[in-house]
Design a protein around this ligand. Sequence first.
Ligand code: F7E
Length: 340
Amino acid sequence: MLITGITGQDGVYLAEQLLSEGYQVFGVVRGQRSVCDPNRRPLRPEIKLLSGDLLDQSSLIAAVETAQPDEVYNLGALSFVPVSWRQSNTAAQITGVGVLRILEAVRVVAGVTASVTPGANCPRFYQASSSEMFGKVRRTPQNEQTVFHPRSPYGVAKVFGHYMVQNYRESYGMFAVSGILFNHESPLRGPQFVTRRVSLAAAAIKLGLHDELRLGNLDAQRDWGFAGDYVRGMVQMLAQDRPEDFVLGTGVTNSVRELVDLAFRHVGLDWRDYVRADPGLLRPAEVDSLCADSSRARQKLGWKPEVSFEELVAMMVDADLRLLSDDREMAAEAMLATLR
Ligand code: F7E
């Protein structure tokens, strides 16, 4: 199995699942492996790291040639949405055209052309599509048929990747699918994303290490689930008889305000005493509300999320309480710096 984005939250969970099922796992890493979250579990030593970059076609061909995978999971992206306005070209190149490059690498190494159909040696391909593609939603809840209206360069790039996967499926007959995943979180989430920012702040304030939390749009609503549940769905999508895209989400929507309330109540605090609105954290165009209709995944994959929103928030706050209590010197300092 070959995974791009192996150092990210989903890459770590997916690699653990595939290793536990007995598969050999290769991970594509850019240059020297960099992990910015000191709370992140170290990558398991069984994982073979190959250098490669979604910006560089030849490096991806070399990685696929070396790994000779049965399955390729493209999880690599510039995934923090606000950065995609400041670095829109880079976002388009990595998150959008990067999908085309890794698809091309798979196609070329497997010797597939318009007239040569994929043989048994052609890997199955998973693309990490995103609920950000729905953006300014046309209907609620959103399913595989809902029209896309992305609101950020990140969302636009994901739409490009999504349609490329569909096109390679239709043009070359490749087993290539997209999982349209709604927000999924865990104690391994990067500290810039709102769930982790809130869990870190609640824990830090409780422990007397910090005194306020600056946030952007408290009214934004998301369908938040647990990342470990979602990587299970990725593997199930590639185990189907025929390639098909699937929406994964909980079908439950909460606001950022509800998230904050829950996290602070978990440590016995009232969020109103600590949260400050920061207009600098508002986005040029916002995705107001998302809610998944995962009935296709529930019916065809038998997939359903096991962890509720309340359990997820408690899990993340408890993990940050442990992190900030146990390891004040290194990891905790790096995490606290993201709140300042
Ligand atoms: O924001 C609001 C913010 O950055 C969620 C990525 O994994 O999921 C993620 O994208 C909401 C937004 O995630 C703050 O305006 C308020 O409405 O945690 P987030 P995201 O943008 O939804 C999708 C599915 C992906 O594919 C992406 O890669 O929370 N919000 N105040 C804030 N957000 C942040 N980050 N920080 C705040 O202070």
